[in-house]
Design a protein around this ligand. Structure first.
Ligand code: IVH
Length: 712
C-alpha cells in the first residue's frame, strides 16, 4: 500500500485515522528493512534521498496523528527506549555563546579588535558570513561514519542533556549525511518554531489549559501541567525537552545548522564553504545567510534584514557575523565564553511612543487585579497596539507611569507589548501618581496583598462576579461539596440565567423548579435529579464546607485541620472574627494549630474581615448548615498521630475511602514520602513513592495489612 505513490503524496492531514495507522505500520516495516540493509553494510536497495523521503513521510503523518505514533516507530527507534529523564552528554568541544553589538560603531570596534589581534593592515578586507540569528534552542549533533548517533542541548556549554530521541522526530534532521563526510563530526544548529506554528500551538495549549482548569474545578484528576509558552523560543525549548518523544513529534519544530564542534578532519577552509557542505550533507541552512566580501557590507545587510524581519516566518533578534576564514578563526580563538571571530549584531527592540489614556484594572478568575494600559493606538513593528500589560502595582510605581504620560512601548518578537518607561519631559502638568485601587473594581471588596506577593487580590471570593463562576464551580466540585450534576457547564448556564449567583442560591433552587424546566434540554427528570443531588449535600461535612468556600490557601488539608480543631461552623466563625485582634486569645489559638502557619492565619482573618464574605457565608449556612466535625479518633489506633502516604491503585477501597478511613483513625494523610512519613500503603503499580519509602526505611504496608491494622 505504501508503495502507491499517489497515496504517499497525499497531504497527511487529509488521511483518516485508519489510513494513517495503516500507513505508519507499513512505513515502520519498510524503514526497518532498509535500516537493516544499511547497518548490515549490505548494498542498500534505495538511495539516501528515497530513504529520507520515507522517514519524512513517517514524521509528517505522526505530526498530524500524534496518538498513533507506534512504539516501533522509526522516529523513536534509535536506542529503542523512551527517555526517563535525560542522560548527561558531554560535548566534544564546548558550546559557547556570542558577544553582542548594537550599533555600527560597536561593530567597527569588533572588527578593529580582530585586525589588531591578527596584525592585519587596514586595507585587508575582512570577509564575513552573515546569518540571521534565530532565537531558538541550540543543539549539538554528533555524526559518526555519517550516521546521526547523538544529539544534546547546550546545557552549561560543556555538558548538555541527551535529547537524541526527541531530535529524531524533527523532519529537518538528517539521520545520515550524504557522502563524503568526516569520520566523526559535531554539527551545531538551532531548533525553532515558525511564528504561525507557534501561534497555533499556543492556542491549542491555551485550550488545553482551560480544559484542565475546568477539570480542577470539578475536582477531577489533573495530569501534567499544561505550559502555555510565551514565545517561540520557549515553545521550541519546551518541546525538545519532553520526556516522551511522541510529544516532541507532534510539535512543529524546524532546524537550521550553522556551526561545528569537534571534527575528525576539517571539512572546509572557510565558513561559507562549510555552510555549503552542510547543505550537501542534507542540512537546512538559513537561505538568508550570505557571504560579505568586506566588513563594510555589514551595515547594509543589517538594515536589509531588519526591514524583512517582520515578514519573516520566524523570529530573529539580530544577525550573527562570523569571520569567513577558518584559519583566522582558529588563531583568534575565544575570550571567556565567546569567540573573538564572531559577534551577534542585535536589532534594537521595536519601540514606539504614545499617550497613556487610562489604566484599567482587570479582575481575573482567581481574584488577581491586573493593570492594563489603554493607549492611543500606535504601530509598533507593523502591528497596531492599543493595550499593554503593566504587570502589577509595583511595576507601575517603579516606572512611575501616570495617566496622560507619553509612554515608550516595546514589542519583542510576538510577545505582548510592554511599557518600558515614560518620557518625563512630556508629562502633562497635574499628572498624579497612579493610585492602585485597594478595593475590587468588580465587587467592591477589599483587595489585599499578602507578604511577598506582588499581586493584589480581591478578597470577595464568593461575592465577586469576576470570580463567581469559578468559585461556584469549586464549591460544587467533587472534592468540596460534591454536588453531582453541577459541573462546569451547568454552573455557567445557571449563572448566566441568573438562577445561581452565590452558593446559597444553589440550595434555593428547589423553589425555581419552573425556571429550571424552562432551560433548553432540561426535562423533569434532569431537574429532579439535580435537585436530589443538591438535597443530598445540603448538610455536608464541615471540612468540605470550609474547603468549598475557596478561601485562598485553604486547601483540603487546611480545611480538615480547621474543621477538626473547631468542630462546628459556629465555633469556627466566632473564633475567626475574634482572631482579627492581633494578640487575642483566638488569634493565638489559630496560630497554635499544627499546620496552620502565620500566612494562612492572616488569610483567614482577612477573609472574615470582609463583611460581604461574612454575609454570603451566613446566608449559605442558613440554607445549608454543615455537619459538625466528628470527634477526634480513638487514640489507641495504630495510625493515631501518624503520617501516611497512599500510592498505587488499591483494590478493595477507593483512594478517597482509604484516606478517609485513615483520617478517621487519627492519621494525617500526605502526598509525598519523606522522613516524616510513618507508613506507605502500597497498591498495584506503585511507582517512585514505594521506592522512596524503601530508601528512607519507611514502613511499607500492603493493602491487606492496612485493612487489618485499621480494623476494616
Ligand atoms: S554560532 C561560537 N550562529 O545564538 C558561536 N549561533 O548567543 C556559537 N544562534 O547559543 C554560536 N543563530 O543559540 C550561531 N547562526 C547562528 C545562530 C546562533 C542563533 C544562537 C545560538 C547560540 C546563541 C549565542
Amino acid at each position: 500500500m505504501t508503495d502507491d505513490p499517489a497515496r504517499r503524496a497525499r497531504d497527511p492531514a487529509t488521511l483518516t485515522e485508519d489510513e494513517a495507522a495503516a500507513e505508519l505500520e507499513a512505513l515502520a516495516a519498510e524503514i526497518a528493512h532498509h535500516d537493516a540493509l544499511y547497518h548490515g553494510r549490505d548494498a542498500p536497495e534505495i538511495t539516501d534521498a528515497e530513504y529520507d523521503a520515507l522517514v519524512l513521510r513517517n514524521r509528517a503523518i505522526e505530526a498530524c496523528f500524534p496518538a498513533l505514533v507506534r512504539d516501533d516507530s522509526p522516529s523513536r527507534r534509535v536506542g529503542g527506549t523512551v527517555a526517563e529523564g535525560f542522560a548527561k552528554s558531554r560535548h566534544g568541544e564546548p558550546m559557547l555563546s556570542l558577544d553582542n553589538v548594537f550599533s555600527a560603531e560597536e561593530f567597527a570596534e569588533f572588527c578593529a579588535r580582530i585586525r589588531r589581534f591578527l596584525g592585519l593592515a587596514a586595507e585587508e578586507p575582512l570577509a564575513f558570513v552573515a546569518e540571521p540569528k534565530i532565537d531558538g534552542l541550540s543543539i549539538n549533533l554528533l555524526y559518526e561514519d555519517g550516521a546521526f548517533v547523538k544529539g544534546a542541548t547546550r546545557g552549561d556549554g560543556t555538558e548538555g542533556e541527551d535529547v537524541t530521541q526527541n531530535l529524531l522526530t524533527i523532519p529537518d534532521l538528517p539521520r545520515r549525511l550524504h557522502p563524503p563526510f568526516p569520520a566523526s563530526i559535531e554539527i551545531r544548529g538551532e531548533v525553532f518554531m515558525d511564528k504561525a506554528d507557534f501561534l497555533a500551538f499556543r492556542a491549542t495549549q491555551e485550550q488545553a489549559a482551560e480544559a484542565r482548569e475546568a477539570r480542577r474545578a470539578r475536582g477531577e484528576k489533573l495530569g501534567d501541567a499544561i505550559v502555555v509558552p510565551a514565545n517561540p523560543r520557549n515553545a521550541a525549548a519546551g518541546s525538545v525537552r519532553q520526556l516522551d518523544a511522541r510529544i516532541t513529534a507532534s510539535r512543529p519544530l524546524k532546524l537550521f545548522a550553522y556551526a561545528m564542534g569537534r571534527a575528525s578532519e576539517a571539512p572546509a577552509d572557510t565558513h561559507h564553504a562549510f555552510l555549503k557542505r552542510l547543505e550537501a550533507w542534507g542540512f537546512a541552512v538559513n537561505p538568508l545567510s550570505e557571504l560579505l566580501g568586506s566588513e563594510a557590507e555589514a551595515a547594509s545587510f543589517q538594515a536589509r534584514i531588519g526591514e524583512q524581519r517582520a515578514a519573516l516566518g520566524y523570529d530573529i533578534d539580530g544577525v550573527v557575523y562570523k569571520l569567513d576564514r577558518l584559519d583566522w578563526q582558529k588563531r583568534l580563538g575565544f575570550v571567556g565564553r565567546a569567540p573573538r571571530w564572531a559577534t551577534a549584531w542585535k536589532f534594537p527592540a521595536e519601540q514606539a511612543t504614545t499617550v497613556l489614556l487610562d489604566i484599567e484594572i482587570q479582575v481575573g478568575r482567581t481574584g488577581a487585579l491586573t493593570p492594563r494600559a489603554v493607549m492611543q493606538p500606535v504601530t509598533v513593528g507593523g502591528v497596531t497596539v492599543r493595550h499593554a500589560t503593566l504587570h502589577n502595582e509595583d511595576e507601575i510605581a517603579r516606572k512611575d507611569v501616570r495617566i496622560g504620560d507619553t509612554v515608550i512601548l516595546q514589542r519583542a518578537g510576538d510577545v505582548i507589548p510592554q511599557i518600558v518607561g515614560v518620557v518625563p519631559e512630556k508629562r502633562p502638568a497635574g499628572a498624579v501618581p497612579f493610585a492602585f485601587p485597594t478595593t475590587c473594581p468588580a465587587c467592591g471588596s477589599h483587595a489585599i496583598r499578602d507578604g511577598e506577593d506582588v499581586v493584589r487580590r480581591c478578597t470577595g471570593g464568593l461575592v465577586c462576579p469576576a470570580q463567581a463562576v469559578e468559585r461556584l464551580r469549586h464549591f460544587a466540585s467533587r472534592r468540596a461539596m460534591d454536588i453531582e450534576g453541577l459541573g462546569e457547564e451547568n454552573v455557567q448556564l445557571l449563572f448566566d440565567r441568573g438562577l445561581v449567583r452565590s452558593p446559597a442560591d444553589i440550595f434555593r433552587l428547589h423553589a425555581r423548579r419552573d425556571a429550571l424546566r424552562a432551560l433548553e434540554g432540561w426535562g423533569e427528570r434532569k431537574v429532579a435529579k439535580l435537585l436530589d443531588a443538591i438535597e443530598a449535600r445540603r448538610h455536608a461535612p464541615l471540612e468540605r464546607f470550609i474547603f468549598g468556600l475557596g478561601i485562598r490557601r485553604i486547601g483540603e488539608q487546611n480545611a480538615k485541620l480547621l474543621a477538626r480543631h473547631y468542630h462546628s461552623l459556629e465555633e469556627w466563625r466566632a473564633k475567626m472574627i475574634a482572631a482579627r485582634i492581633v494578640g487575642s486569645e483566638a488569634r493565638e489559638e489559630l496560630g497554635s494549630i499544627q499546620g496552620i502557619g502565620p500566612a494562612i492565619a492572616e488569610e483567614l482573618v482577612e477573609a472574615f474581615a470582609e463583611p460581604r464574605m461574612l454575609a454570603a457565608l451566613d446566608e449559605l449556612a442558613a440554607g445549608a448548615p454543615p455537619l459538625p466535625a466528628e470527634a477526634p479518633a480513638a487514640a489507641d489506633s495504630p495510625f493515631a498521630g501518624r503520617t501516611l502516604v497512599f500510592t498505587g491503585t488499591l483494590e478493595t477501597l477507593t483512594r478517597d475511602e482509604a484516606e478517609a478511613q485513615a483520617e478517621r483513625l487519627g492519621a494525617k494523610v500526605t502526598k509525598s514520602v519523606s522522613k516524616k512519613t510513618d507508613f506507605v500503603v502500597v497498591g498495584a503499580d506503585a511507582g517512585s513513592k514505594a521506592a522512596k519509602a524503601a530508601e528512607l526505611g519507611v514502613r511499607v504496608l500492603s493493602e491487606a495489612e492496612f485493612r487489618e491494622m485499621a480494623g476494616l
